[in-house]
Design a protein around this ligand. Sequence first.
Ligand SMILES: Cc1ncc(COP(=O)(O)O)c(C=O)c1O
Length: 393
Amino acid sequence: MNAPSDTPQAVRWQRAQALVGQGVAAIDTPSLVIDLDAMERNLNHMAAYARTHGLRLRPHAKMHKSAEIARMQMARGAVGVCVQKTDEALALAAAGVNDIYISNEVIAFPKLQRLAEAVRDLPTRFGIAVDSAAGVLRLASALVDAQVSGEARIDVFVEIDVGQGRCGVPPGEPAVDLARLIAEHPVLRFAGLQAYHGGAQHRRDPGERAQAIAEAAWAAALTRERLQAAGFEVPLITGAGTGTFALETASHVWGELQVGSYLFMDADYARNESAPQAPVFEHALFVKAQVISRAAHHAVCDAGHKSHAVDSGLPAVWSPPGLSFANGGDEHGLLHASPAGSPLPSLGDTVWLVPGHCDPTVNLHDYLVGVRGGLVTGEIERLIRIDARGAVG
Ligand SMILES: Cc1ncc(COP(=O)(O)O)c(C=O)c1O
């Protein structure tokens, strides 16, 4: 955060920073809190998984938007990180992350100009996904306009639609056409295929996830064959998310995992039925909230939609046990006894929530409060900046 030191954001940061070393009770509410021990176990677990399976790990930083966490991932062997937006890439690059792949299409000239200037001026290695001739041509011309010289200055992945029905060209020949176009521009390097099936990640039934990834693997392998038959080397197929990465791994088609949510694990991912071959990750991201009102049959806490995203469902109540969370609006959460008869918390009590969806929840906050030693008796170890908060362009 480079803002002047007297902005409200800076004042809040300084106030929270002054609490470092104190117990969790000192954390203001609502605050976004990381259980550092749980996060580090998740980090190590995924790093070990990728190493054991001989796969490159490029975690998705759209989830945490933090240069410090990106560096922690890279210190444990990640080759770099993914982001989804140009400004996320620029925010992390400005904070020193040196290998960033935008796993998404960028078409607007001003964004491509910003990216081209970063390619020219920063030591960071960038990559980007394309799924149209216009995307390739605009990228190439932005690099020329910014006087980016030399060969292979940015990695370009052709995205294929492997079943989600979002971005990506159809598998097969259309990817070959784009690879040919990329090859006409020496400043670009054809780096391989982006093959991510977002729609498969949250299918509850492991059998349905397996079916979706089997089809995605077939589409990616077919596209690679077509490219090779046309004389292209396909250096890498990249993709996979927390819900399916063990399936992409088992297929031997993908060479790189883009998993993001494994690090924090939200309530929605916890609703997936786990597959026997998939490692299990812990919840590490919490909203600390406080009971601000009590009625006969419910309590009200101070965390609503402005402290946690609700696109994938409401938060789960982590503690105290025996409570469910209901929608109380922007600033409030309603707590009900579940099962009926469980004790309701009292005024002033702390409530720990697991957000429904980690990525958009993080984007609502300026920093994470890192706690060491657990949520009950732990201490505030440090604050972690969410460098790309609000970087949606
Ligand atoms: C392109 C891409 N790759 C990887 C991921 C990571 O998925 P997850 O957070 O489910 O691990 C996402 C998440 O939306 C994504 O959009």
